[in-house]
Design a protein around this ligand. Sequence first.
Ligand code: FES
Length: 181
Amino acid sequence: MTTVASTHAAASAEPTRRDFLYIATGAVGAVGIAGAIWPFISQMGPDAATIAAGAPVDFDLSPVAEGQIVKLFWRGNLVFVRHRTTDEIKLAQSTDLSSLRDQQADADRVKVGKEQWLVVYGSCTHLGCVPLGNEGEFRGWMCPCHGSVFDTSGRIRQGPAPTNLPVPPYIFTSDTSIRIG
Ligand code: FES
């Protein structure tokens, strides 16, 4: 089966301590191969009909360095793919669940054996602004609109957002590839 894969990449202007990639992915067919993702390389544009159909998106994780957060789009929604550091994982796993507004274990938000990868929607659960990565007391994200703070598991820790950043449906299709959708 033919696969349509496309990506666009451009430098993120997000003012954080780490480098970030801004990658908007196109749609990928149901039987897909991982799209080659690399910063600053623009490839063929996505097929509009494929995007409109909401097809799954395959994403190659291998270029994403530890500590980086990549942004991509699936069905018009911004998705963060975060390659967590060992410290970030420990922080997420050691959190007392009773201290959480929206109590959810880190283990329920990542895939077993792939704890270094966090995949969440990039839309604040308060009013939908885009949170900034590696900001805020809990080193996850901070929403610039009204100050909601999320931890390294994308869980709400401070501010008006009522719930955690949701995890979209995704699977690992290989050690270094995921399929969202
Ligand atoms: S939209 Fe994020 S805190 Fe209000």
